[in-house]
Design a protein around this ligand. Sequence first.
Ligand SMILES: *[C@@H]1O[C@H](CO)[C@@H](O)[C@H](O)[C@H]1NC(C)=O
Ligand SMILES: *[C@@H]1O[C@H](CO)[C@@H](O)[C@H](O)[C@H]1NC(C)=O
Ligand SMILES: *[C@@H]1O[C@H](CO)[C@@H](O)[C@H](O)[C@H]1NC(C)=O
Length: 516
Amino acid sequence: MKIIVRVLAIVVLFIHIGDGARILGIVPTPSISHQVVFQPLWRELSLRGHQVTTITTDPIKDPTLTNLTEIDLHFSYEAWNKIIMKNILAFNDNPIRGILGFVEQGLDITDQQLRHPSMQSFLKSEDKFDLAIIESVAPVMIAFAEKFQCPFISMTSMDGFTYLYKSMGNPTHPVLFPDSIYPYYEKMSLAQRLGSVISTNVMSIMIAYSSFSQDQLVKKYFGENYPSVQHLMNNASLLFVNSDPILHKIRPLVPTVVQIGGGSHLRKPKPLPHDLKEKLDNEKNGFIYFSLGSNVKSKDIPMETRTTILETFSELPYTVLWKFEAENLSNKPDNVIISKWLPQQDVLRHPNIKLFITQGGLQSSDETIHIGVPIVGMPFFGDQAANIKRMVAKGMGLSVEYTALEKNDFKAKILEIIQNPKYRNRVKELAALAQDQPMTGLERAIWWSEYVIRHKGAAHLRSPLLDIPWYQYLLLDVIAVLLFGFTFSTYILYILVRSLLRLIRRNLNDNEKKLK
Ligand SMILES: *[C@@H]1O[C@H](CO)[C@@H](O)[C@H](O)[C@H]1NC(C)=O
Ligand SMILES: *[C@@H]1O[C@H](CO)[C@@H](O)[C@H](O)[C@H]1NC(C)=O
Ligand SMILES: *[C@@H]1O[C@H](CO)[C@@H](O)[C@H](O)[C@H]1NC(C)=O
């Protein structure tokens, strides 16, 4: 049955192979975890006969994709790598400072990108586009949609922040749906709810603050007569969020918010490199895979943490495969294999894998759910803590804190996950749920992109929330009228009762006088 649904979905997808459109894709964040989410989309759109131009820090560089033109901004990694670990470690002391670091230095990188000769010539081009798909973390880039006068889709490689949902007129709620950087709680205490309200508002203030500088950049590179970035952002036809109902919380969505998550970046299995495959095949006892993703560099984590990790690993009866970005790791135990890069999806698919120790980035989380490997989480920054807490709450594993890592605790958790089958069984259940859907995230993204092209936008789906003032949405005027009505009628009642009592008293007094 599942197969039939799948085939039907694909047939439906291919009914419209109409004329190729011209599509502009902009993903300016120099982080591979942001890029991998959208690479399959560029590939698929170009294979469907559209002329796709992307501005990206990680071009696919596949010569068989003849309809894909890529403007390469790979140089941005140099600036990004200089700041990333500093901001990640600052995040732990003070999330606001960590985020502000990303916001400010992100602007700097956008400036460098727009100054680059390839972008300068693109800015002068007379190209025409039918659709732009733009990563929303760099809102300056939305000015391209205005320049080319085409509808655009806003997208994010994570779940959307509250301000993004708001920009689409999607209902938000700081207690039910805290921002993805706020740690996830199954049930929030009063202090946690207060924290979520404050953090959501601090985030809004930071976004408003950065929008001044964004507007300056638009003026500098695009021209004077551009609407504000905030205004442009509210004009998005759709918002693609990289979330799904299995890993993320169930929430009401307006039709202009499309969930494309749930492993849309997963690719077909590929054989592992020969020597790696041989090593892992021999681990009949099972092996552990340890990676902190692409942004957190294992080689730069605090020395104390690294020492505890190595001591823990040395006491394990399993081999540990560690994605470690330097040549050498001093005091490396014999059961630890390091490698600068590993084909993560294929390592996770290896039948001998027992456990994934992960920082809990969204892509890694999606992969481990879809492939069905239990975890020990070690979050560092951004949405990682929330992702890990959700996975722990779902019974997929356990977590540790890298700032307070303790050998016996870490070791006990690793052994518990490997030796107690309940975690693995639970992940398998979740994998089955995650895969059982009528369309994959990628198929949804393609269908909706072509929908926006066919109808030149999606203004007819625009949320009515965008067109009423906030005080009306919050019922402030209604509450005011009700309060006034209530106070007024209580007052009238009071006057009436008082007059009545006076009347009665007077009558009583008169009667008394008469009696005297
Ligand atoms: C490129 O697009 C054309 C239609 O514009 C299509 O016929 C062709 O198959 C596409 N080629 C590739 C390699 O995607
Ligand atoms: C909003 O987007 C539409 C296309 O969807 C475009 O025609 C219009 O000019 C845009 N308005 C502003 C103010 O950017
Ligand atoms: C790593 O260790 C090997 C042998 O111990 C040595 O030859 C090499 O220079 C080291 N590399 C670095 C980057 O330290």
